[in-house]
Design a protein around this ligand. Sequence first.
Ligand code: FAD
Length: 312
Amino acid sequence: MTGESVAQRLREHPGYRVPFSVEFNPPRDAAGESRLWRTVREFECLHPAFVSMTYGAGGSTKDRTVRITGELATQTTLLPVAHLTAVGHSIAELRSLVGSYADSGIRNLLVLRGDPPGDPLGEWRRHPEGVEYADELVRIVRDLGDFQVGVASFPQGHHRSPDLAHDTRHLVAKLRAGAEYSITQMFFDVEHYLRLRDRVVALDPVEGVKPVIPELMPITSLRTVRRAEELCGRPLPAAIRARLERAAGTGPVEDAAAVRAEGIRIATEIAQRLIDEGAPCLHFITLNFAKATSEVLTNLGYSAHQTTTAVA
Ligand code: FAD
């Protein structure tokens, strides 16, 4: 199971017209870990193409992250992808981390530079014995053995890129270095995703055939809007914000149920458009909860029964 690659899973995934995948975060404590495992079991029934586990900036939860990602490989039917970030690590430490993942049966890595811990927009400082950019780490990982590598892409450009042409050039450099696919930063305007795909194809038609997996997250409350904006790196589009605020109502207490319903509707619309536009997979940020993502999947017609029948 873990010998498979994400790219292979996307090509051969049975059951759904467009596969989906989910992102988990390393839990902070035992209670969080129990909740994560309940969420994992709920998604397992729906047969995601893969599941990814983020990596805390600088490795603050390193041991727990490696252990749980390994358990996903050995104790579930899921294909785990470990995020690997360069920030705060020497090359020797990164090699050792990759070795720990390999020992746990993990062969799929999402290779990232990471942001400065504490302040993602703060000054980037390379570890004195580390790497400057993610493409270097892609090469290091590929040289270490039989690993399948993905990288990050940015529909509206990375916040440190001076323009979209620079951004696309360096994304293509990561693909040329050996990445097999990219997963995008979350977005709410599908046009940005479509233009990113077009830019990559225009710059390099060979690398342009590699999957660009869109990332999305259902908004479930006005509080999660801030989290969504952090993850997008930009404010929500005005039209989306207006829909959520209208649902919240003008009374002294926000209509939480209406906001949640509108958030699920928005995510469903975005996902449906992505399916219609030929996205290779839908990658959901879950914040370790299954319910909202499952509702979006149900709205789109995904069900455990559907894929079980198709797999059989
Ligand atoms: P890079 O590809 O190195 O790019 C960084 C910037 O440098 C870009 O502006 C790029 O255009 C530019 N650049 C690249 N190469 C060159 C060059 N040779 N010369 C000049 N400029 C160059 N962060 C975490 O800490 N943990 C996670 O688990 C995590 N998961 C993520 C998952 C996804 C899907 C995404 C989209 C992001 C994730 N991040 C995570 C955040 C990510 O680490 C940051 O966005 C980081 O700032 C960029 O990482 P990168 O790998 O794209 O960097």
